[in-house]
Design a protein around this ligand. Sequence first.
Ligand code: NDP
Length: 331
Amino acid sequence: MTQMTSRAIRIEQHGGPEELQLVSVVVGEPGPGEIRIRHHAVGLNFIDVYQRSGLYPMNLPQQLGMEAAGVVEAVGEGVTHLQVGDRAAYASQPPGSYCERRVMPAKCVCKLPDAISFETGAAMMLKGLTAQYLLKRTLPQGGLQPGDFVLFHAAAGGVGLIACQWAKALGLRLIGTAGSDEKCALALANGAEFAINYSKEDFLAKVKEITAGQGVKVVYDSVGKDTWDKSLDCLAPFGLMASFGNASGPVAPFAPGILGPKGSIYVTRQTLFTHIATRESTQAMADDLFAVVSSGQVKIHIAQRYPLEDVQQAHRDLEARKTTGCTVLTL
Ligand code: NDP
């Protein structure tokens, strides 16, 4: 019997984009709780960079990628929510989506509505579920109300453009930051009420000006090292610092004592994988995402496409801040 194989991108050791190597891997049959999926498109995420570089260490060798969409080819014992032939999409651990087909846990895989294309599904699951939990499950004291100010860093990126649109749909007044005037224009066109080019403007001073000195209820910070200190000072009393990434490098350790004089502010560090730990929460969050995308309230901007074998270039461009919106690897 011939073995089923797949092209895949794997790293043997942590390092730069050159560590991403195209290999051929054998793909077996799904075990209990697993499916085999044939991908139609794969999503690129900044977390892939952390995993490649070793900022988030992994057992090696390791196939990379956390997001994709395709068709279910085989279903293991005990899987009831998916059938062979279903269109499906996912954000998942463990990594391994940079490939044509794979066997993986079924728990995190959701049926993809017919109205949503494979490319859109592949681009939006990890980023869209992240925007969902940030805006709806990571809340300051008293929750978020229409009219509240929030600050969202890297607003023209993959998670950022989704969050801009979703926040607007929720009635929030989102102040976005981005690294160029073009990116600021993109954030504004997608629902940000204000945009600050933080490569040339002092975002703290601008936030104070926009909010008449009051500050914002939540800062969503995925930039990390470069934005951390000033972000804390952007918060209103009892505001929430929602840290969720480190694109500029990890945040240095800090003493909790600094939070009191800044207005008894709260700090949290969130990860999507806590929110999608169960099938039920994954499906509920995905349904919410599917609804805003299907209704057109949130449009998924796929601004870059690279063939799977050009993944090194995709990583270079993402790290060099050359991308906007979402990036898809094509098969
Ligand atoms: P993006 O498309 O947003 O790309 C990252 C952006 O960060 C860049 O485009 C850039 O925008 C900005 N940035 C600021 N400083 C740097 C720097 N020194 N080097 C590189 N980029 C920088 O990526 P994603 O949408 O995939 O992810 C956004 C962030 O959210 C990432 O940090 C990611 O790790 C995090 N994330 C966290 C999750 C969680 O659950 N914790 C889940 C999903 C994503 P600009 O030029 O405008 O500054």
